[in-house]
Write a protein that binds this ligand. Structure first.
Ligand code: PMP
Length: 362
């Protein structure tokens, strides 16, 4: 079977080494004589595995002791509800930054539980490129409350690299599509969260990293399964977790650690994105509409000048072993999601195909 390069936005490419480890140990996981999906989440072998996974994650993200690591249900969307349900008893009118589709989705969901102050930070340059206002210019309220934002808008391919520091604000970040792609300073945030199906593992588990003082002021009606305090007390096992997703996430954390941690990963990701954007900037046939400082390192979006060729591009790309390149239906065009597991070889193969396509149809 010849290699394909998987540019899907999520579920997305996972490291080959991890997939092979799953395959090789599947029927007799950790000498248990059963597969990982048949084993009790309360068995000592699994608990031991989760403790090691947490230790590795704490190490690679440099998570301070006063932060809990929770593995939740319900995807990142579940957190759009869980956040206000856990926090708005204390922080009445939160700020929600709108930088694109997912951050606005979070704000809209929050509206069911509170009256968020929604702040648009997405602007356009004179030549119609998208940029994000610098954080110091965000028109946030004076209230002592939490502020929600999304550092990487997966659909549009917009990334905010600046780390927020705002007086009176507890920063909450939806890191779904940028977690583990670069170093971050966890202590700048009250909470960060991420769905798994990009840089962590399979869908079915959602990572929450939350400072301990934010627990315990939950609204009475909050479903127990969304209550951070209960999840922390039960070590994320208030009910049966997705054992398989947790297991794969643990293998991915180990993979990152053994590669050299986020230093190595970040360097590699910078290099991959640089090569692809450099090529994009050199041609008039394809166009990216984001200013360089907000160009996503994980989700690289572009349009063909001849829009009518987009479907053909996607079709021919697949014939050339390049999968998952169709842009999100809301924005159209092409999106190359180049998460941690995408090798440089994949980027080069994509660029060669793009050159070939331009030569043929340009
Ligand atoms: N936030 C962001 C930034 C995302 O990219 C996604 C999924 N693509 C979500 C939230 C929603 O995640 P889920 O499907 O796990 O609810």
């Amino acid at each position: 079977m010849s290699t394909i390069y998987n540019f899907n936005p999520g579920p997305a490419i996972l490291p080959k080494e991890v997939l092979l480890e799953i395959k090789n140990n599947f029927l007799n996981w950790n000498h248990s004589k059963s597969s990982i999906i048949e084993i009790s989440h309360r068995s000592s072998k699994f608990i031991e595995f989760t403790l090691q996974a947490e230790k590795n994650l704490r190490y690679i993200l440099n998570i301070p002791e006063n932060y809990y690591i929770l593995f939740c249900h319900g995807g990142a969307r579940g957190q759009f509800s869980a956040i206000p349900l856990n926090l708005t008893k204390k922080f009445i009118k939160p700020d929600y930054i709108n930088s694109g589709y997912w951050s606005l989705c979070a704000a809209k969901e929050a509206k069911k539980y509170c009256n968020p102050n929604i702040i648009n930070v997405r602007k356009f340059t004179q030549d119609n490129k998208v940029y994000i206002q610098s954080i110091q210019n965000w028109k946030v309220s004076y209230k002592n409350t939490y502020l929600h934002y999304c550092p990487n808008e997966t659909i549009e391919g917009i990334e905010i690299f600046e780390e927020p520091f705002l007086k009176n604000k507890i920063i909450i970040g939806d890191f779904s599509s940028t977690i583990l792609s670069r170093q971050i300073n966890i202590d700048k945030y009250g909470m960060i969260y991420a769905c798994a199906q990009k840089n962590i593992g399979p869908a079915g588990i959602t990572l929450v990293i939350i400072r301990n003082d934010l627990l315990g002021s939950v609204s009475y009606q909050t479903p127990s399964i969304l209550d951070y305090q209960l999840l922390a007390q039960s070590n994320s096992m208030l009910n049966t977790p997705s054992v398989f997703s947790w297991y794969v996430a643990g293998l991915v954390f180990k993979w990152i650690k053994e590669l050299g941690g986020l230093d190595f990963i970040e360097k590699n990701n910078k290099k991959k994105a640089r090569i692809l954007y450099k090529y994009l900037h050199s041609t008039g046939f394809y166009k990216n509409y984001i200013v360089p400082i907000n160009q996503s390192r994980m989700n690289i979006t572009f349009h063909l000048q001849k829009k009518e060729l987009t479907d053909l591009f996607v079709k021919m790309a697949e014939k050339n072993r390049l999968y998952g390149l169709k842009g999100h239906s809301l924005v159209g065009g092409i999106r190359a999601s180049i998460y941690n597991a995408m090798p440089i070889k994949g980027i080069k193969h994509l660029i060669n195909f793009m050159k070939f396509f331009e030569k043929k149809f340009g």
